[in-house]
Every structure is written in C-alpha cells, then in structure tokens.
Ligand binder design. Structure first.
Ligand SMILES: NC(=O)C1=CN([C@@H]2O[C@H](COP(=O)(O)OP(=O)(O)OC[C@H]3O[C@@H](n4cnc5c(N)ncnc54)[C@H](O)[C@@H]3O)[C@@H](O)[C@H]2O)C=CC1
Ligand SMILES: O=C(O)[C@@H]1CCC=N1
Length: 257
C-alpha cells in the first residue's frame, strides 16, 4: 500500500514515522523540513500535491486549516476517483472536503502528538461511502498510532479538545508543579524526575484501584495538615473553574472554526 502525506510538519512527520507502508509519497511546502527523513528507503519526496495524490492509495492531509483549501483545490483538478483521503485538519468537515475535492472516499481522523510514543487516542470518522471491509483496513492501518476509536462527526470537536489539545494543557499544569517545586528549593532536574513518577503513580492508583478523586484527596490530606492547606489555596483561586473554562473556550473556538 502506498501512503501519501501532504504537509509534513508536526502531525505529518509523526504519521511518516509511525505508519507502515510499502512506499510513502510526501510533499511539504518547505522542502528543507524533509531533510531529516531522507534516510528512509521507502520515502519519495514529491514536488506537487498532484504527484502525491496520483501515486498513493491513501492520502493524508496534514496542513494547517488555513492551508487546506489550496490543497483541496489541487486534488479537485485530478481525474482519479478511487483514492482514500484522510484529513487530520481541525474544523473541516467531511461534506466540505467531499464537495471541494469532488471525490467520494473521505475520512477524518483526529490525531494526537502522543502517538509519537504509540500512546494516546486517535479518533476516526468515516463518510457513508466507506464500507465495513475498508473501515477495518483503515483502523488496522491506524492502529500503530495507539488506541483508535470510531466516533461520529458530531462528537469530533469535543474529542479534539479532550484528546488532541490536552497534551498542551497538561504540559502547562505539569510545568507549574515543577516551577512550584523549584520555588521551594528543589533543583529543576530533580523536581522533574520526582514529579513525573508522582504523576504516573497517581494515574496508576486512580486507574487500578478505581479510587474516586475526592477519596484520594482525603486519603492524602491529614486534618490540619500541609496538603489541605495547599488544596485550600488552590481552590480559593479557582483552579478547577480556570481549567474547566479553558476547556470550554477551546471547544467554543473549535465550534466556530
Ligand atoms: N499539532 C497537533 O497536535 C494536532 C494537529 N492537528 C491538525 O493537524 C494539521 C497539521 O497540524 P501540524 O502538523 O501541527 O501543523 P504544522 O504547521 O506543523 O505542519 C503543516 C505543514 O504543512 C506544510 N504546508 C502548508 N501548506 C502546504 C501546501 N499547500 N502543500 C504542502 N505542504 C504545505 C507546512 O510547510 C508545514 O510543514 C492541522 O490541520 C491541525 O488542525 C490535529 C490534532 C493535533
Ligand atoms: O490547536 C489546534 O488547532 C490543533 C487541533 C488540536 C490540537 N492542535
């Protein structure tokens, strides 16, 4: 199977590294970005969207939303109709891609940067031209990215914020813990090591022991102790509301794309 990737940035690069194909056909606006992949023996660097489209069986669209229309326009000009187009682009729906390309086999995935290590959850949404056998083949292809879930397009925006945007939110929160630790005298490297273990252990405990969040808070907070003092300060400043609001605003922006 030949896979095409149009736009080899963060997500296109991740797809190139993680997917399995007989050959890859790729195009990127700035060719220098492709230098680091030149050692791959099944990689073909193309000059145009048309070349990638013509030579591939499945074509991933991985450009930013502001660049997608120019790509769809190039695809529209091609006269081959039996290809599968998989868009990673946030906010561009199946119908619009179908209309703008004049092609039928359209799929959306919502990828995550966590696939770089084979983790995270990637969603897949098929249009109604894709039969069950083909769905199975696509899910199988995507499985090297991590966990794959099929969702409806109506759920895609909320999924995007929870799965694809969250690594950025989590990174900010984790960084705040490290800065907080440095502020009380712990070296950044040591703080990172200890906090990463603490984070992994907390998730494991919540998952494996099925402990409720509030129960875990109680288990750690001694009456009149230090933990409850910290929780009180965080709650007073509305940490939960701040994070919930951030998620909601992201979602609103996604709905208005
Ligand atoms: N970065 C992330 O974590 C996620 C991104 N996405 C979606 O993935 C898509 C790609 O995002 P990123 O990889 O972050 O962007 P990026 O900016 O890292 O990569 C896009 C690449 O497309 C190239 N490009 C632009 N116009 C082109 C054209 N006409 N022909 C060929 N190449 C062209 C650019 O040179 C760039 O290398 C976006 O639509 C975004 O909504 C979805 C989920 C997560
Ligand atoms: O921020 C964005 O627009 C993209 C979609 C989800 C993650 N990154």
């Amino acid at each position: 199977m030949n896979i095409g990737i149009i736009g080899v940035g963060t997500i296109g690069g991740m797809l190139l590294e993680k997917l399995r194909a007989d050959s890859f056909y790729v195009v990127n606006r700035t060719k220098e970005k492709l230098e680091k992949y030149k050692g791959m023996n099944n990689l073909n660097i193309c000059d145009t969207v048309k070349e990638v489209y013509n030579k591939s069986d499945i074509i991933f669209l991985a450009v930013k939303p502001q660049n997608i229309d120019e790509v769809l326009y190039e695809i529209r000009k091609t006269q081959i109709f039996n290809k599968i187009i998989i868009s990673t682009v946030a906010g561009k729906d199946l119908k619009e891609i179908q209309e703008k390309t004049g092609k039928d086999g359209i799929i959306r995935i919502m990828p995550t940067i966590l696939s770089k290590t084979g983790n995270g959850v990637t969603s897949v949404t098929f249009n109604d031209t894709i039969n069950n056998k083909l769905k199975e083949k696509i899910i199988n292809l995507l499985s090297s990215l991590g966990k794959i879930v099929e969702i409806t397009e109506a759920n895609l925006n909320a999924f995007t914020i929870l799965s694809s945007s969250s690594p950025a939110f989590i990174s900010l929160i984790v960084e705040s813990f490290i800065d907080g630790a440095v502020n009380i005298g712990i070296k950044p490297k040591v703080a990172k090591e200890i906090f990463f273990e603490t984070l992994k252990g907390t998730i494991k405990l919540l998952e494996e022991e099925k402990i409720e969040f509030s129960a875990l808070r109680q288990m750690v907070s001694s009456p009149g102790g230090v933990t409850i003092q910290g929780l009180y300060s965080m709650e007073k400043r509305g940490i939960k509301g701040t994070i919930m609001e951030g998620i909601y605003e992201s979602y609103q922006k996604m709905n208005n794309m």
